[in-house]
Design a protein around this ligand. Structure first.
Ligand code: NDP
Ligand code: GDR
Length: 345
């Protein structure tokens, strides 16, 4: 039987690496797109031991000619569009670039599919950030969007243009509304991996303390390895539909940091007022975690919890890794890297 061909944009990112691993194991021929730069960022593919099994192609989301050339060349069965400027904080500093990549980039791929081969299936990486300020409700596919950042607003465009190309042109285009998912391969700019990598560095004597912004934000954190299974299942569905993927459980940044610190071996006590809380290690009396207002966002999302009942019923998808296990997995991995003297990236 002919091998299925997949094109994953954003192969050098966290989800790109896990999804590529999954598709290779399922017998796909995987093409992965990266952005040309002076130093290529392939460490995730190397860590998973799959670099040799992927055909790398260069693609810049802002450049429609790149997109056309690559899609015509590969003519894939499935395109997974994971590439994006994915850091919410940065989207406040680079809103125009973020909109060009995360909103118009999606449209450029869909337009190419429409012109080149309408049979190519398309997955769009949508985000729970689109819900934005939603208070303490569990959010599902019917919940209202109230995006709170240029990133989230660009993702809303990406989401609706995907729905539109499905409805208008009959393209198999689906959008996964994914809640936060983390792993040892998460970038260190995101709060979970910033916490685990910095705490390990502090314990090793290479850093002094961990500085965080909004401790009280609450997120529904799952494991990226589980979530890419859900992405693949959406693409194998009989009909293209949109699904929420989430664990249904939320925790605060402070809870994450507190648990991670325990796992690293700190014995923390929290002190100070609500706006200036800090954590001291009872054994050494040193400040381990403190507040830095610089990490606050002009507008943040205080609470996100998802309801993935539809994905469970229709796709048979359910996350396996629980919160505590996830924190442990990330800490253990950073500890291993630290012991080997590797740079924690
Ligand atoms: P990462 O930030 O780890 O990876 C993003 C990828 O996109 C990288 O390969 C990056 O390349 C690439 N990229 C960025 N800008 C461009 C561009 N202009 N042209 C081409 N490629 C580009 O993100 P994740 O793997 O965590 O997330 C994957 C997708 O899922 C993203 O679209 C994200 O917005 C979305 N998402 C993620 C969630 C999560 O919790 N992880 C939740 C919901 C949605 P480079 O290595 O060169 O920077
Ligand atoms: P998020 O993830 O914005 O949810 O987007 P991030 O880990 O950056 O922030 C989560 C929450 O933690 C608070 N926070 C901090 N965040 C960072 N990065 N650094 C800090 O020091 C810090 N202190 C507190 C933030 O304010 C926020 O409330 C991620 C990305 O993967 C998106 O691409 C994706 O769409 C969403 O998850 C779902």
């Amino acid at each position: 039987m002919k091998k299925k061909i997949a094109l994953i944009t954003g192969i050098t990112g966290q989800d790109g690496a896990y999804l590529a691993n999954l598709l290779i194991n399922k017998g796909y021929k995987v093409f992965g797109s990266y952005r040309r730069s002076s130093s290529l960022n392939l460490w995730r593919l190397e860590e998973l031991g799959i670099l040799e099994s992927i055909e790398l192609v260069s693609l810049e989301l802002l450049e429609k000619s790149n997109i056309e050339r690559i899609i015509k060349l590969i003519n894939p069965d499935e395109i997974y569009n994971l590439a994006a400027q994915s850091f919410v904080s940065l989207s406040f500093e680079n809103p125009i670039y973020t909109a060009q990549a995360d909103a118009l980039g999606v449209l450029k791929i869909l337009e190419t599919i429409r012109a080149v081969n309408k049979k190519i299936k398309f997955y769009q990486a949508s985000s729970s950030e689109m819900f934005g300020e939603a208070n303490s409700k569990k959010l599902n596919e019917d919940s209202r969007f109230h995006p709170r950042s240029p990133y989230a607003i660009a993702k809303v465009f990406g989401h609706y243009i995907t729905v539109n190309y499905r409805e208008a042109y009959g393209i198999f285009a689906c959008s996964g509304i994914l809640f936060n998912h983390e792993s040892p391969l998460r970038g260190t700019e995101f709060v979970t991996r910033k916490i685990t990598s910095t705490l390990v560095e502090i314990q090793a004597g290479r850093k002094k303390n961990l500085e965080l912004g909004n401790y009280y934000a609450r997120r529904d954190w799952g494991f990226a390895g589980d979530f890419v299974e859900g992405i693949w299942k959406m693409m194998q569905n009989k009909q293209p539909k949109d699904y929420v993927l989430a664990t249904g459980e939320e925790h605060s940044v402070k809870e994450f940091a507190d648990l991670a610190a325990k796992m690293v071996g700190f014995n923390l006590t929290w002190k100070g007022s609500k706006h200036n809380e800090y954590a001291v290690d009872k054994n050494t009396n040193k400040i381990i975690i403190k507040k830095n207002q610089e990490y606050n966002r002009p507008a943040d999302v205080s609470f996100l919890k998802g309801d993935s009942t539809k994905a469970k019923k229709e796709l048979g998808w359910k996350p396996k890794v629980k919160f505590k296990e996830l924190v442990k997995l990330m800490i253990e991995n950073d500890k291993k890297k630290s012991l080997k003297g590797k740079i924690i990236q």
